[in-house]
Design a protein around this ligand. Structure first.
Ligand SMILES: Cc1cc2nc3c(=O)[nH]c(=O)nc-3n(C[C@H](O)[C@H](O)[C@H](O)COP(=O)(O)OP(=O)(O)OC[C@H]3O[C@@H](n4cnc5c(N)ncnc54)[C@H](O)[C@@H]3O)c2cc1C
Length: 383
């Protein structure tokens, strides 16, 4: 079956849903495709910086006014393996809400804007025809559907669909990580995000809705060898090298059905805003999660990309201007941010005895950086 639309967005996470929502609001017939069924749990610390909240408000989403009451944080604490602690206030309130709820809210808004959301659909191939129309092959169960559109947006997260070329030689770091997440009940986190450094990575603990707690970790794949296979086993094994984290986890009970993981995971060396079409979110840039910037970047790239794509679809820009314009804008916006986040990640993964002085020096600024580096109002995008 062949379906023709104006724009196809591949991946219905935070980046894809928000891009599709904006394109539909700009008057374009938009289809949003995802291989998963929603709502679904997603590997994420679920910590939303004040800027992420601000960007959602630009999109007409007020998390604090929604039926789900998110966790609120105003402080960050780092707990080192041998007990040292660093604490800093967050400039503004951060919000903790599960991706199960957040992505559900985004889908509802996208649908209200007129987006056709097609889930349980895997994208198998994408090609550009001579007349600058893209063709996307999908499989929905046994049904094969081909979509045609003048614009395709890649919002497929860290794993590219098969056959998509990489713009430059290599855009991702060599170190291979695993990301894991579980919700817990019974862990009392007082209005703060806690980061525990441990062998091979870090564990974040923060409040989300309904008094539940998010526990997420980024660990090198090497470090988890022999830790067991389940998310719970890997978490508890990682926490053995940080006794405060182990005590925290021991106080709680994992919420069944919320355990997810992603591997292999590689962080970006450089942003990749374009391959054969524009990318947004993790498809464009996988930033070290330590700074809690991923969702903010997903939203920021979607705001940028929707703006450039709208002008292309309305005939104001040529294809080349669309490609160059978005690529240059995204590189200008995200390259420095990525460099800073990578420096911080390097410190976090340095040997423990070298870690403390470095982190103590940067940490009071780190909490501020998380917010400052992504301040939307300074980019002129907030209206
Ligand atoms: C351990 C960890 C902790 C993190 N903690 C935080 C945090 O606290 N705060 C923060 O801001 N960020 C955090 N992040 C980063 C954040 O989760 C990501 O930046 C964000 O989810 C990116 O959103 P996205 O929409 O680009 O990708 P995703 O949310 O991954 O969405 C991509 C979607 O594309 C779909 N898809 C992929 N391939 C195909 C295909 N071929 N066909 C159809 N559909 C496809 C997938 O099913 C998926 O739903 C963390 C990340 C990790 C790994």
């Amino acid at each position: 079956m062949l379906k023709q639309v104006d724009a196809i967005v591949i991946g219905a996470g935070i980046a894809g849903s928000s891009t599709a929502m904006q394109l539909a609001r700009q008057g374009h017939r938009t289809v949003l495709l995802d291989r998963q069924e929603f709502p679904r749990h997603k590997t994420c610390g679920e910590f939303m910086s004040p800027e992420t909240k601000e960007m959602l408000e630009v999109l007409g989403i007020n998390l604090l006014g929604s039926r789900v009451k998110p966790g609120i944080m105003n402080k960050a604490r780092i707990i080192l393996p041998h007990g040292g602690e660093i604490e800093a206030p967050l400039p503004g309130h951060a919000v903790g809400i599960s991706r199960y709820e957040l992505d559900r809210i985004l889908h509802q808004k996208a649908q209200n804007a007129g987006v056709e959301i097609v889930t349980k659909t895997r994208v198998k191939g994408i090609r550009k025809l001579d007349n600058q129309v893209y063709e996307v092959d999908t499989k929905e169960g046994d049904r094969e559907v081909i979509y045609q559109a003048r614009a395709v947006i890649g919002a497929f997260g860290t794993k590219k669909p098969r056959g998509i070329a990489t713009a430059s030689e290599e855009t991702r770091d060599e170190t291979v990580y695993i990301g894991i997440k579980s919700h817990f009940s019974g862990i009392d986190v007082p209005d703060q995000v806690e980061l525990y450094f441990c062998n091979g990575g870090y564990i974040g603990i923060s409040p989300i809705e309904e008094g539940k707690t998010n526990v997420a970790a980024l660990l090198t794949l090497d470090a988890v060898q022999g830790s067991g296979k389940s998310v719970d086993e890997i978490l508890r094994s990682a926490a053995q090298s940080n006794s405060t984290a182990a005590e925290r986890l021991a106080a709680g009970t994992p919420v069944p059905g919320t355990q997810v993981s992603i591997a292999p995971l590689r962080l970006s060396d450089v942003p990749e805003p374009w391959s054969e079409f524009p990318h947004v979110g993790d498809a464009m840039l996988m930033i070290p999660p330590l700074c809690g910037d991923g969702m903010s970047i997903a939203l920021r790239s979607s705001l940028l990309c929707a703006g450039w794509t709208d002008k292309y679809l309305k005939g104001i820009l040529s294809y080349d201007q669309w490609q160059r314009g978005y690529t240059d804008a995204a590189n200008a916006e995200f390259t420095r941010l990525l460099k800073r986040a990578r420096r911080i990640q390097k410190l976090a993964f340095a040997k423990t005895n070298r870690l403390y002085p470095g982190l103590a020096r940067i940490f009071p600024g780190l909490a501020k950086y998380v917010v400052k580096a992504t301040r939307l109002s300074e980019t002129g995008m907030a209206r």
